[in-house]
Design a protein around this ligand. Structure first.
Ligand code: GLN
Length: 486
């Protein structure tokens, strides 16, 4: 048993929360200072960590930023929360997000939007005076809490970019691990074939420290990767020297520079590539030809899975209780479900449930869901033809080896197509405009690959993220490369 020592919250984090949270709106529930009284004496002893509000905590609410779960209190802790507590972490509060993780700007939330707190160290103007830009979503509260020094690190979730995009917009480091390496037990499902828990912090070193405490197989999550699979994958990663990156091959995919890309992201991307090159890595141009279809496939699959996952919020077992209205109007069960859903879910969530339900209808299934699954396989094939090491999850599938394969160890690309957008402009933007923000992050999600967004540089006073992607299970290598260039 770990020794328990008295809990003492580091006052500097608290000070930043008191000073900035009213304007940034990153933290939506603050743990009371004497919540648990003691902290375990583990590797994260007294490390202040915030947790996205779609991850279950028994000592704090879990709202998913939805009216549907406004009064929900989980009877148990998610595995990641339990592991952090056992490692001695000080869980300081829950962070804002887009409702159920659906969004790219953290503006769809019952708690209100998150305001990007990024500020250059040498900037004289008060950050409150700056134009209000989005923190990115859906883990906007987690990225903003880290950027504003309200905590050492924060947990986020990433289904199609929700850790990497806000990390890029807020100028911090965001890590989406390989699918299945961190347990999803107790994490509210959005699209479970894509959902990953990950870590946001100011440096890759800090990200690794927290990630290592939670990257463990979990019998409670049927999609959690086994020990065997994990060690099999790492045996394929090349041994990296601590001093240089000689022998490392880095691919730059030509399809990741689409017409929507803002030119401001080019210089920071080049900066990271030059840093890798000066450490001895070889940069090669690669092609991932299915990339342009990934976004549409992602939205079909994510909405379809969401429509199934969110069916549980019918007001009977889960969700908003509308019993009063039901009794009054003497409605049928169907009508009472409809009342719960139309009052409990916001417009974006309702839209996605409808789109997903449509995509799964018998007469639309072949044209939408089935096609999207085909594209997902093409995206995986693209990566497998490009990486030197195989995807050990699918070792039985026929080899895609081609004579001219580029054999890269990692892929590097801009995280987002632009720096953080203006908050109020983009709240007005509807539908596809917002979805385009995810065009560069969804391929790694479809393929379940590890992806780390680091701050590549700044353009016009706003940060630009650059992403390092590796083959499934090469998380350690991806983090080591990140540590050498961030
Ligand atoms: N922005 C994407 C979406 O709205 C991704 C969200 C996420 O990763 N949770 O679906």
């Amino acid at each position: 048993h770990a020794t328990l020592v008295p809990k003492a919250i580091d006052s500097s984090w608290r000070h930043a929360i008191t000073l900035k949270n009213d304007s940034v709106n990153a933290i939506v529930h603050l743990a009371s200072e004497d919540a648990s009284g003691v902290l375990a004496d583990g590797p994260l002893h007294k490390v202040a960590i915030a947790v996205k509000d779609n991850i279950c905590t028994s000592s704090m609410p879990t709202t998913c930023s939805s009216h549907m779960l406004e009064d929900f209190r989980s009877p148990y802790n998610a595995t990641v929360v339990r592991l952090l507590t056992e490692a001695g972490a000080d869980l300081i509060g829950k962070t804002n997000l887009d409702e159920f993780g659906m969004g790219s700007l953290n503006t769809y939330s019952i708690h209100g939007p998150v305001v990007n707190p990024f500020q250059l160290a040498n900037q004289n103007e008060s950050w409150e005076m700056r134009e209000k830009r989005a923190a990115g979503g859906s883990s906007g509260g987690s990225a903003a809490a880290v950027a504003a020094d309200m905590c050492y690190a924060a947990l986020g979730t990433d289904t199609g970019g929700s850790i990497r995009l806000p990390a890029s917009y807020c100028g911090v480091t965001g890590f989406k691990p390989s699918y299945g390496l961190i347990s999803r037990y107790g994490v509210v499902s959005f699209a479970d074939s894509l959902d990953c828990v990950g870590v946001i912090a100011k440096t890759t070193k800090r990200v690794r420290r927290v990630a290592e405490a939670i990257m463990a197989p979990d019998p409670r999550d049927p999609t959690s990767a086994s020990h065997t699979l994990r060690s099999n994958a790492s045996s394929h990663s090349p041994p990296l020297s601590a001093a240089h990156l000689k022998g490392l091959r880095v691919g730059v995919p030509e399809e990741y520079f689409p017409s929507e890309l803002d030119t401001s992201v080019i210089t920071p991307t080049r900066r990271v590539l030059s840093a890798l090159e000066s450490l001895g890595a070889t940069i090669v141009s690669v092609s991932l030809p299915s990339t342009p279809y990934a976004l549409s496939a992602y939205y079909v699959i994510a909405c379809a899975e969401a429509s199934s996952n969110l069916a549980r919020y019918d007001g009977v077992e889960y969700g908003l209780n509308v019993t009063a209205q039901r009794t009054r109007s003497g409605d049928t069960a169907m009508r009472s479900y409809a009342a719960t859903r139309s009052q409990g879910f916001g417009a974006e969530v309702r839209k996605r449930i409808l789109l997903g339900t449509y995509a799964l209808r018998a007469d639309a299934f072949d044209n939408y869901f089935q096609q999207a699954l085909r594209v997902r396989q093409l995206v995986r094939d693209d990566f497998n033809k490009t990486f030197r090491s195989p995807d050990v999850r699918f070792m039985d599938s026929p080899s895609t080896a081609a004579p001219d394969r580029p054999d890269v160890n990692i892929i590097v690309h801009p995280t987002a197509i632009q720096p953080a957008p203006l908050i109020y402009d983009d709240v007005q933007k509807k539908g596809l405009d917002a979805y385009v923000q995810d065009v560069l992050t969804v391929p790694a999600s479809l393929a379940g690959l590890p992806a780390l967004s680091i701050r590549g540089g700044d353009t016009d006073g706003w940060p630009i993220g650059v992403t390092i992607v590796g083959q499934w299970g090469s998380d350690d290598m991806v983090l080591r490369v990140g540590e050498m260039v961030d």
